[in-house]
Unconditional design. Structure first.
Length: 160
């Protein structure tokens, strides 16, 4: 009887883990703010004032007047770093029909931020890939300005 209970419990835990992995992941706080700001800098749908507010928050400058929530989204974000040519970093950000390519320091910063947000890496033929799909972040400047750890949330699915 006890053996059946343990088997059923393990089965339910495995199913829950699979379901959570398939549905995506979330992040919050400083990691989410960094991800939103770095991707938002390239999102065509954002206004200049939204981009500036995101950049200011990431830089710790909270004296700006912008207060509306800022939504950042991307169809996919994929970054690659070489473990052979250690100077090679590249990212591809897709926003609908638009694609933005990053290289060098900007690509490494986004690569590291994806890892910081819990995105798993995958290795392939001399490179390490970190990718997400359906990225959706919301940043609430008024909440970030409270300096209480909140105001930024992101959700994403495992990358392509």
């Amino acid at each position: 009887m006890r053996r059946s209970f343990v088997a059923i419990s393990l089965s339910l835990l495995v199913e829950a883990a699979i379901a959570n992995g398939a549905s995506g992941a979330t992040s919050a706080g400083g990691s989410a703010l960094a991800l939103a700001a770095l991707v938002g800098a390239h999102e065509p749908a954002l206004s200049a004032s939204e981009r500036h507010a995101l950049a200011d928050m990431l830089d710790g400058r909270l004296g700006f007047a912008y207060s509306a929530a800022i939504s950042v989204s991307a169809d996919s974000v994929s970054c690659r770093a070489s473990d052979v040519d250690i100077s090679s970093h590249a990212c591809e950000l897709k926003f609908g029909a638009r694609t933005r390519m990053l290289a060098g320091r900007a690509a490494h910063e986004l690569f590291a931020t994806l890892l910081e947000n819990g995105v798993p890496s995958q290795g392939a033929a001399g490179s390490i890939v970190v990718a997400v799909a359906h990225l959706s972040c919301t940043v609430k400047p008024a909440e970030v300005k409270q300096k209480a750890g909140g105001g930024a949330d992101c959700a994403f699915a495992p990358g392509p």
